[in-house]
Design a protein around this ligand. Structure first.
Ligand SMILES: *Cc1c(COP(=O)(O)O)cnc(C)c1O
Length: 501
């Protein structure tokens, strides 16, 4: 009896925490208080406090979820400030130039708050109604920017990795169906699939190989094609590779071109590759996770010419359209390709109840329950507008170029490339040392020292086996002066390594 009474007491108090009409002022209060704490995050001086991993790990009383916890909103917010908001990474900070994380737009945050609160699940019409129409409109909008044919279609995904997974899966199943009459979706593996080969450049994203492995085809089903001095796939090397594979009895089934490689922002020659794919009658996928959104610019549109011939396209709005994670899409030239992933479940979307007026987006997705991620993009297009977004993207590109011109003759640096998008890859060179391994160590030392001290976050990558530093510029409010301050820190840290070691 006593136990029951206690349980009821707790339940009674916490029952107001559900989102519903009676709790609307509590909802408002919670959101307003949360916003105050987000202000404290915005007021952090550095991009990162520099707190050591072990110090963060030792905050066990904050991290642990006590089974009897009934903290107030204020106490909980205080805890999350101390544990997270004071120490997490600020992508909007001018000294954050590491990865493909953009600062986000306020309209997108409003869209995300609404989508999370209303909690639409977008997979079926009866869970989403007009949300489905909004997602479809966002797909139609980006497809028309890409000049895809009217048969085209698409779906929102969790990111470029998932979109690339869908592309590889469709390319494989389509090839098996068209050329061997096989229905892999229904009947599973067939021996001939072991001979299927994907072709992409050696600078393509790792998710191509990873996804090939997840599809049961192994890393070796992906062939890396050499790139030229500008980090673009060489078409003659591509043709040679296709011919060689065919001669050895393998079956090239798809070319994956990259529009904006992750490290160098380089665009493979899409029109030429489209022609090659057509000639060999194989799937043409464009991974535009980074560069796809540059279709909104005047400066880069021409680099995307040929994308309109793609069988499928990956595009990440959470990289280059200033959207919070996740916001991403997978596009196909022909909506019928979605048959390779569709499934009709009795309880959700039975085939016999299919109704074109009430579409069920689950038929296009490899997810079931799925967030309404299109809403933040809709807010962005309404309030910020596609022209402005295009101008932000141009701005970060010119910033990268400006930095390139400013440091290219500096004897402290080896520059890997001239930026085609908004990254710059370069290597710090210590005077009087010409040992590669020592330079690798110094460059990693620079990256780690700047991160640990909370001064700046710079990425590193490898080119021809050597360690390079990388700036990824996605903040249109950053200036060349901001970047030159980081360059100065790099020089100082580099020369301090020399004197200390
Ligand atoms: C980032 C990236 C991906 C992966 O996208 P996620 O959204 O992180 O899953 C794929 N391809 C390229 C070219 C990328 O830059």
């Amino acid at each position: 009896m006593l136990l029951d009474a206690q349980t009821n007491l707790v339940t009674d108090l916490k029952i107001d925490q559900f989102f519903e009409p009676q709790s609307k002022y509590l909802y408002q209060e919670y959101v307003q208080k949360a916003v105050q704490y987000v202000f404290s995050f915005l007021n952090n001086e550095k991009f990162y406090s520099g707190e050591l991993p072990n110090d963060l790990r030792s905050k066990t009383n904050l991290i642990s979820a006590n089974p009897n916890s009934t903290l107030s909103i204020d106490d909980t917010l205080k805890q999350i400030k101390e544990l997270y908001l004071d120490h997490t990474i600020a992508f909007h900070h001018p000294n954050y130039v590491a990865h493909l994380n953009c600062p986000v737009l306020l309209p997108a945050l409003v869209g995300d708050l609404i989508a999370s609160s209303v909690n639409t699940a977008i997979e079926t019409w009866d869970q989403s109604t007009s949300a489905t129409l909004i997602e479809q409109e966002m797909i139609r909008w980006i497809s028309s920017k890409m000049q895809l044919p009217s048969s085209s279609d698409g779906v929102f995904t969790s990111g470029g990795t998932q979109s690339n997974f869908m592309a590889l899966l469709m390319a494989r199943d389509h090839h098996a169906y068209m050329h061997y009459g096989l229905n892999l979706k229904e009947n599973g593996w067939s021996d001939v699939v072991s001979k299927f080969r994907f072709l992409c450049s050696e600078k393509a994203h790792f998710s191509i190989r990873k996804n090939a492995a997840l599809l049961g085809m192994g890393y070796d089903s992906v062939l890396s094609i050499a790139t030229d001095d500008n980090m673009k796939m060489k078409p003659d090397a591509l043709v040679q590779a296709i011919e060689k594979e065919k001669q050895s009895g393998n079956i090239p089934i798809a070319i994956i071109a990259t529009a904006g490689t992750t490290d160098f922002g380089s665009f493979d020659p899409l029109s030429t590759i489209a022609k090659i794919a057509k000639e060999y009658d194989i799937w043409f996928h464009v991974d535009g996770a980074y560069g796809g959104c540059y279709v909104l610019t005047d400066t880069h549109q021409h680099l995307l010419q040929g994308i309109e011939q793609a069988d499928s396209i990956t595009i990440d709005f959470h990289k280059t359209m200033f959207q919070p994670v996740c916001s991403s899409a997978f596009l196909v030239k022909d909506t019928k390709y979605f048959k390779y992933v569709s499934y009709y479940a009795d309880y959700l979307n039975p085939l016999e109840h299919r109704d074109s007026a009430c579409p069920n987006l689950i038929e296009k997705s490899i997810q079931t329950t799925r967030r309404f991620d299109a809403l933040k993009l809709w807010f962005t297009l309404k309030m910020t507008g596609e022209k402005t977004i295009g101008s932000f993207l141009e701005k970060v590109h010119f910033l990268a170029l400006d930095l390139y011109h400013t440091i290219k003759d500096d004897s402290c640096f080896d520059i890997a490339h001239k930026p085609e998008l908004s990254t710059l890859v370069f290597r710090y060179k210590a005077n009087g040392i010409d040992n590669h391994a020592i330079h690798d160590t110094i460059n990693l030392y620079i990256k780690n020292t700047l991160f640990k001290s909370g001064q700046a976050s710079v990425a590193s990558t490898k080119l021809e086996g050597k360690v390079y530093l990388k700036f990824t510029l996605l903040n249109p409010k950053s200036t060349i002066e901001d970047l030159l301050k980081i360059i100065q820190m790099i020089k100082e840290t580099g020369s301090s390594y020399k004197t200390n070691n």
